[in-house]
Design a binder for this molecule. Structure first.
Ligand SMILES: *[C@@H]1O[C@H](CO)[C@@H](O)[C@H](O)[C@H]1NC(C)=O
Ligand SMILES: *[C@@H]1O[C@H](CO)[C@@H](O)[C@H](O)[C@H]1NC(C)=O
Length: 353
């Protein structure tokens, strides 16, 4: 009897230890590849941590900024490679009204909310729901009231190599019980010359957006749609990124939402070319906006191999809805009602010239 009780105590302790281990599960690293095209991810923030792409001579470089150790992502304040939400970009005054109900969010950038709040989707552990040689899927259940947002939301992201040098990203979100804004973004910092090759100012970019949404001093849209023609935002024809960047005061950098031509169809959004390596990156997407950001706030960030990232050391092509849409009835709606599914597709295609 005594022996039985002893075994029972040991078993209970074992079960408790397994339980504790699960509760404090550490972020893992997951790889997908086809040939020499290889991507790594962590389930912390459903984050892309590296992508190997050949140059015109076949030499591989890792073209995504990131950290040496996966544990460092838990300290990140730049959103390196992560999925950002429930609502990427800014919500002015950290509040909105849906169907006459007023919601107050938790502000994390002055009075506004940026990238989903203090603990957004980039700051949580996602579940790995599928992992095969060339694809991986993550899911996350966001609770009603999380950061102030209404309703439970089931979120997933799938990364897949669908052809040689083609990475597809599919983001989905289903509202389970309340109408809520949803605007997910994939926040990789790209430097197609190599993550440790310096700044992207001499790269060429073309952005297929004839209009942009100008902002106030706090980067909240005024609500206007303005033509890019005659402004430093005009990339309808390929332009060197740094050619007009000093006209953009006080930032001396791009951090702007483009209204993509073609609306909610799948269409080409942007093309980047790095002359030195010959690498070309193209992004196609089905969402109406593209935030073009030149890593203006990245300063002295120690990354992979001890390389220190500085302003303009990368560019982000954050396809998404327009910023603060929930407070601008003239912007495409981001409200997802129960039973409806948010669908955001991105396709990155790499080649060389
Ligand atoms: C996070 O940052 C703190 C403060 O700078 C540091 O002490 C800690 O080691 C960091 N954690 C990781 C996992 O890098
Ligand atoms: C970055 O590092 C430089 C050189 O050590 C230093 O002068 C500067 O103040 C640092 N900037 C920030 C924001 O930490």
């Amino acid at each position: 009897m005594k022996k039985m009780a002893g075994i029972l105590v040991v078993m209970m302790m074992l079960m408790l230890m397994i339980g504790l281990c699960n509760a404090s599960e550490a972020p893992g690293v997951y790889e997908i590849k086809r040939g020499n095209f290889c991507a790594k991810f962590t389930n912390w923030g459903a984050t892309l941590i590296s992508l190997l792409v050949p140059d015109r001579h076949g030499n591989l470089a890792d073209i995504a900024l990131g950290y040496q150790f996966v544990s460092e992502y838990t300290n990140d304040t730049s959103y390196f490679g992560s999925i950002v939400g429930r609502v990427a970009n800014r919500i002015g005054g950290a509040q909105f009204t849906i169907d006459g109900i007023h919601y107050k969010l938790i502000p994390n950038e002055n009075k506004n909310m940026l990238h989903g709040g203090v603990i957004g989707f980039s700051d949580v552990l996602w579940k790995v729901t599928k992992h095969e040689s060339d694809r991986i899927s993550f899911s996350y259940h966001s609770l009603d009231g999380e950061e102030g947002f209404p309703g439970d939301l089931e979120v997933s992201v799938s990364y897949a190599i669908v052809a040689p040098y083609v990475l597809s990203i599919r983001m989905r979100a289903s509202s389970l019980n309340k109408a809520t804004p949803v605007n997910l973004a994939q926040h990789t910092y790209w430097n197609i010359g190599g993550h440790n090759s310096g700044d992207v100012l001499s790269d060429e970019i073309q952005i297929f957006g004839s209009q942009y949404t100008p902002t106030d001093d706090n980067l909240i849209p005024t609500g206007k749609l303005v033509t890019v023609r005659g402004t430093p935002y005009d990339f309808l024809e390929p332009q060197i990124i740094g050619s007009r960047i000093n006209q953009l005061l006080p930032l001396r950098g791009y951090d702007m939402n483009y209204v993509l031509d073609g609306g909610k169809k799948m269409k080409l959004a942007a093309r980047v070319y790095n002359k030195k390596s010959g690498r070309v990156m193209e992004l196609s997407t089905n969402v109406p906006g593209l935030q073009f950001y030149t890593a203006n706030y990245v300063q002295n960030v120690t990354g992979k191999g001890g390389f220190v990232y500085q302003p303009h050391s990368a560019l982000c092509l954050e396809s998404q809805g327009f910023p603060d849409s929930v407070n601008h009835p003239n912007f495409p709606s981001q409200i997802i009602r129960p039973g409806k599914t948010y669908k955001h597709n991105m396709v990155f295609t790499f080649s060389t010239r």
